[in-house]
Design a protein around this ligand. Structure first.
Ligand code: ATP
Ligand code: MG
Length: 201
């Protein structure tokens, strides 16, 4: 095949590809609130959720954050987003169960936290919510999955919700519109690098 034939074949293939892509884009013409689940053992779930928070603020939306597991380190996101107008930031968890070592208290804390989330899920002015590490209180049985799903389903039609955390329950993934599972290929921590500000917190 000479160069001219090659160029022609390439152009034809690209035209076909463009027609297909254009058609797919045109077919997706619905606007509505989306439920996203970011799960898996790899790094990048919460930071991706906070990336969407920044996007939403960039579009002038009002947003809410609920953090269910508060680590011992304050994160850069919390410091940054708390300074921005249009952000509600709620720390609703205390720590991992092996830190609090009190099941009754964990259940009480999680349920009090969910009441705060329910309020945000009923607030039409909030365009995007991040429910960070929500999978854990569900997994440990502190929060009832059906209650969570019912409240999510009743939220305003245009409200987006991003849920992060490892081991997302199947029922939550079934209810979600978008589910990404981040795979752990390697992490610097295992080579002895401690959590780095700006990267890990
Ligand atoms: P990030 O907040 O960086 O997006 P994440 O939300 O995906 O991470 P979490 O399970 O919430 O991950 O853990 C948060 C912290 O643990 C971060 O400091 C992150 O770098 C670290 N981490 C995440 N995944 C791993 C892993 N596979 N091995 C070791 N440390 C990890
Ligand atoms: Mg996280």
């Amino acid at each position: 095949m000479n160069d001219q034939d090659k160029a022609q074949r390439h152009a034809t293939r690209m035209a076909r590809k463009k027609a297909h892509i254009d058609q797919t884009i045109q077919a997706a013409d619905t606007d509505r609130g989306v439920l996203l689940v970011l799960t898996g053992n790899g790094k990048g779930k919460s930071s991706s959720a906070f990336g969407m928070l920044a996007r939403a603020l960039g579009h002038g939306m009002q947003v809410g954050v609920a953090q269910f597991i508060k680590g011992s380190n304050d994160t850069g996101e919390e410091a940054f987003f708390r300074r921005q107008p249009g952000v509600q930031w709620h720390v609703l968890g205390e720590g991992f169960t092996w830190e609090t070592q009190n099941l009754e208290r964990d259940i009480e804390t999680a349920q009090r936290g969910w009441a705060v989330v329910r309020g945000m899920l009923q607030d039409e002015s909030l365009g995007l919510l991040v429910l960070d590490e929500l999978t854990y209180p569900i997994k440990y049985g502190w929060l009832d999955l059906d209650t969570v799903l019912t409240d999510l389903a009743a939220r305003p039609a245009m409200q987006h919700v991003v849920i992060t955390g490892r081991a997302a329950p199947e029922g939550l993934c079934d209810a979600a519109d978008t589910v990404s599972e981040i795979r752990d290929v390697k992490h610097a921590f295992r080579a002895g690098v401690r959590a780095q500000p700006g990267v890990d917190l």
